[in-house]
Write a protein that binds this ligand. Structure first.
Ligand code: F0G
Length: 372
């Protein structure tokens, strides 16, 4: 018989902190419990005493942080006897909604901006069997349509305006405090629709109010400069960035995100697409961590603020890496300068290639080192 004690996801772990009925059918794919990785090589480049951890949310079941909220939102949709869920999405929410709806045996309708969704995310929504509606408009237009249609039909919205999504996502802050044993000084994350910054602040605040931690981090929300309503301090109609996940001009959790920023004495700041791609590449090349471009905005922004001294020496920082790099293979391949070397399929050719291209990043240790 299967063991009853295995880890089955965050509702199992944090049930007493989530609004779930005792007789509820839990919809879970084992989300949460993601690695908090301490960066070893990138911080050396700053020549300062700064600890940077990345919360690698790309290792959730569908490859993004959305799964935390989706597990709770779809569990509640079943409790409320919904037969269908709907969302507008820049990609990850649609992949997550499609997967959790498949698991629950209900229909997912997803509205996505035509031509602006990374390939991995579309592949997921398609294979999980979502009904995919591409619109000739951006995420913000899709969000408006979702709200209109849900007010007239029996379908549950699973965007982050659904409060259960925020409840599920707050658990990432719990995990960080439990793992570190304290709250970081700064929490850096990309901001699009602004649900996640709201959720982290809720999670940190809940543990703080209950004395689990005696401090809360300053929340640092980073946006792509072409898509930065929080920096403009007003909604924008034509957002654009290579980080398509955060290509949003009318964030839904506007007030709550400002509240998180104000209460935590944090800030919003913008990074260029170039800075975002540089940070994505640095993480991949120097740390072995592969995230999608939008995720890298957290580190890109942190790096600028470390260099300027806004984040001072002695700080402990957590950056959320919201989605896996495999979500957007096209960007990764087009950014990489690593050549593909075509050779004949024989040993001599392989040996010749090895000889020519022995990695110069790490010189081989001397025989005496090896003998130690
Ligand atoms: N990073 C990634 C990889 C995302 O997919 C998103 C949002 C964000 C950051 C921003 O999070 O919206 O809570 O501020 N993606 C949504 C989607 C909008 O439809 O997948 P946020």
């Amino acid at each position: 018989m299967a063991s009853q004690t295995r880890y089955t996801g965050l509702i199992d772990k944090y049930r007493d902190r989530l609004p779930i009925q005792s007789d509820s059918t839990i919809v879970s794919l084992g989300e949460g419990n993601t690695p908090l990785i301490k960066l070893e090589n990138i911080p050396k480049e700053f020549n300062r005493d700064i600890d940077i951890y990345v919360k690698y949310e790309g290792l959730n079941p569908t490859g993004s942080f959305k799964d935390r909220g989706m597990s709770v939102a779809v569990t509640k949709a079943l409790e409320e006897r919904s037969q269908a869920i709907i969302c507008a999405s820049t990609g990850n929410t649609s992949a997550s909604a499609a997967a959790y709806a498949a698991r629950a045996g209900i229909t997912a309708f997803v509205i996505i901006p035509e031509g602006k969704i990374a390939h991995g995310k579309i592949a997921q929504a398609m294979l999980h069997g979502a009904v995919i509606l591409q619109i000739k408009g951006n995420f913000d237009v899709g969000m408006k349509l979702v709200k209109e249609v849900a007010s007239k039909s029996q379908v549950a919205i699973v965007n982050s305006i659904n409060p259960y999504r925020i409840q599920g996502q707050k658990t990432a802050a719990f995990e960080i405090i439990e793992e570190l044993g304290f709250s970081p000084d700064f929490h850096c994350l990309p901001v699009g629709n602004a649900g996640n910054i709201t959720a982290y602040w809720m999670g940190y605040s809940e543990y703080y109010a209950q004395g689990v931690t005696n401090a809360r981090p300053r929340m640092c929300g980073y946006q792509a400069s072409g898509s930065a309503p929080f920096i403009a301090r007003k909604m924008i109609d034509d957002p654009d960035t290579i980080a398509t996940a955060i290509r949003i001009g009318h964030p839904q959790s506007w007030d709550k995100a400002w509240q998180a920023k104000e209460e935590s004495q944090g800030w919003f700041s913008a990074c260029t697409d170039e800075e975002i791609l540089t940070a994505q590449k640095l993480l991949a090349e120097k740390e072995g961590v592969f995230c999608e471009p939008a995720s890298a905005a957290s580190l890109a922004g942190a790096m600028v603020d470390i260099q300027s001294g806004k984040i001072p020496s002695g700080s402990k920082i957590v950056c959320t890496l919201t989605g896996h790099g495999l979500k957007d293979p096209n960007i990764a391949i087009s950014q990489s300068k690593t050549p593909m070397i075509t050779i004949e399929a024989n040993l001599a050719s392989v040996q010749a290639a090895l000889k020519e291209r022995t990695d110069v990043r790490r010189s081989p240790s001397s025989p005496s080192d090896g003998a130690k």
